[in-house]
Write a protein of this length. Structure first.
Length: 573
């Protein structure tokens, strides 16, 4: 009995020990997994992420350096900041005059339409010198060296602008409380054996992280004149963005030589088709907004594109095509801003969006829906402002025949277009290149026959009390307004039509197909949903079958087969 009791107790103790051991090992394993996940998350943190976690006073300055010699660079920055502080009064005196003579023409170039002139009446940079907070070497090879310096300036300058409005009102505007953080890029190129070992220096504002300032009317309130504050801020931001921000670069020759190859040059074109927008925020108290779009890669006034205004519509369809010159696909972006046209008054921004050109695959059309936001820099506002629909195609110069451009030539090949663009680019600026290529596109139309087979629909929403619908489809071409209609399929949420319709299309690059699904009713009809599509894909592929979601419907999708038979025609110039 005692033996059995001891055996039972021993087994029980053994099992308990085994269970405890397994539990301990499982806990340790789970802890190790959690620690590994934490370490992996920290390893993916960027400098900006760490700045969000650590307060500024505890943030170590050496974290910003990308090179191994962090202490050496830190000593260099400390020395550089010390020297700049010592000579700042002299720098202020010299730089103020240079800024006055060089910046005034730039501000004049970018001034808003509500301003007739903008000049400096007072200009000193104050007593606070900028501080260099980071440095990195991006490239170091036989051709040159690229250095980036991060600069922070919370200055106390004395800047007064003399503003003349188009209404004849004169305003002295004081610019106060300037806060700036950005990264300047310096390119020392070419490297030579003669001192100082490089022929020229290119400088550019690589990134504008923050630019804050306050505007105040001397002896008055700026808010008393609507639109002036926004116009001045827009002028200053646009001037900095386009006259100094990369890929724009200023070249300073150090040794005698020809450095024209360092200047900004076009590297390709960006084709943009502005298709439509949906669910835009209504800015009007009575009626609906009258939206139009402004698109640009660089905010130069004669290179910005504006769409037509669609009156009283929160779901506008534009179907407009634009072309932009690209100078650096790795850093530039397409910006689109949707406004409400207020007539004689200043237009009100509905929302904006952007696309990084580095996200586009050269020679491939990208179809995107972009969510509109209030501000591209600080996206704290989560309000739904609607979406905009674009087709994008980036075509670099000097590419092979495999990169098709549906917006360009009869054969949809880049070869002849590139040769024309490159030949015109010699001795021609980007604006002329933009204008001439746009003129050539107006001389080309793409004519053909579009065959559309409406195969079926799935999961349509019920439209009557019995949970059924009697659907049919209306097909129309937007430009010609040609319409055709399928038969009605009674009492079905998954109808099958399998009907084919042919459309003669006179301008395939600028036309679009609209399919509307309706519910037939004894006393009329009820709208179910629609599909809107350009002809870009069918022109490129020739033929395809695909399923498309219905816009404006709770559910449902439409299965289509599209075929294109091209018959290009050239107009005589």
């Amino acid at each position: 009995m005692a033996f059995l009791l001891g055996l039972v107790l021993g087994l029980a103790a053994g099992v308990a020990i085994i269970i405890a051991f397994i539990h301990s090992e499982n806990s340790r394993s789970k802890h190790r997994v959690e620690m590994a996940a934490t370490v992996a998350a920290f390893s993916k943190m960027t400098v900006e992420d760490s700045r969000k976690i650590l307060p500024t006073k505890y943030y170590p300055s050496w974290v910003v350096f990308a090179q191994q010699q962090k202490l050496s660079w830190l000593c260099f920055l400390n020395w550089l900041n010390l020297q700049l502080t010592k000579i700042w009064p002299y720098v202020d005196q010299a730089a103020s005059e240079v800024i006055r003579t060089s910046v005034e023409p730039v501000l004049e170039q970018y001034r808003s339409a509500v301003l007739s002139s903008l000049k400096f009446s007072k200009l000193t940079l104050g007593t606070v010198a900028p501080q260099f907070t980071g440095v990195s070497i991006l490239e170091e090879d036989d051709s040159g060296i690229t250095m980036e310096l991060e600069v922070q300036w919370d200055g106390n300058p004395n800047i007064v602008l003399d503003i003349q409005t188009v209404l004849g009102v004169a305003l002295p505007i004081q610019v106060k409380n300037i806060g700036f953080t950005g990264v300047f890029r310096l390119i020392f190129k070419p490297l030579v054996e003669e001192l100082p070992c490089f022929g020229a220096v290119c400088y550019s504002l690589r990134q504008k992280k923050k630019l804050d300032f306050t505007l105040k009317v001397v002896g008055g309130e700026l808010s008393s004149i609507p639109g002036i504050s926004d116009a001045i801020e827009e002028t200053i931001h646009d001037a900095i963005e386009d006259s100094l921000t990369w890929p724009v670069r200023k070249i300073v020759p150090i040794l005698p030589g020809d450095y024209s190859y360092l200047e900004l040059k076009p590297v390709g074109t960006l084709e943009v088709k502005l298709i439509q927008a949906k669910n835009l925020t209504n800015k009007d108290v009575v009626g609906k907004s009258d939206p139009y779009a402004v698109l640009y890669v660089r905010p130069i006034r004669d290179r910005m594109k504006r769409s037509k205004t669609i009156n009283n519509d929160l779901n506008p369809i534009w179907n407009e095509h634009f072309e932009f010159i690209v100078e650096d696909a790795s850093t530039q972006r397409l910006v689109i801003k949707i406004y409400d046209d207020e007539g004689v008054q200043a237009s009100e921004l509905i929302g904006c969006a952007q696309v990084l050109l580095e996200d586009l695959q050269p020679g491939k059309v990208k179809d995107v829906w972009l969510k509109l936001v209030k501000d591209l820099e600080i996206q704290r506002d989560k309000k739904d402002r609607g979406q905009v629909h674009l087709e994008l195609l980036y075509c670099p110069f000097g590419t092979d025949n495999s990169l098709a451009n549906p917006f360009a030539t009869q054969e949809f090949s880049m070869t002849s277009l590139e040769k024309a663009l490159k030949s015109e680019a010699n001795g021609t600026d980007a604006t002329d290149l933009d204008r001439k290529s746009a003129h050539r596109k107006r001389d080309v139309i793409v004519r053909g026959v579009l065959s559309v087979t409406v195969i079926s629909a799935e999961d349509l929403p019920s439209m009557d009390v019995l949970g059924k619908a009697d659907p049919y489809v209306v097909l129309s071409m937007k430009k010609t307004e040609t319409k055709k209609k399928t038969r009605v399929v009674n009492e079905s949420l998954n109808p099958i039509w399998d009907q084919t319709f042919d459309f003669v299309v006179e301008d395939g690059l600028h036309d679009m197909l609209i399919l509307e699904v309706w519910d037939h009713d004894t006393f009329g009809k009820n709208f179910i949903g629609k599909c809107i599509m350009t002809l870009t894909r069918v022109i490129l592929e020739g033929e395809f079958t695909d399923t498309f979601l219905l816009e404006g419907a709770k559910s449902g999708k439409l299965k289509l087969h599209l075929k294109w038979v091209p018959q290009p025609i050239y107009r005589d110039s």
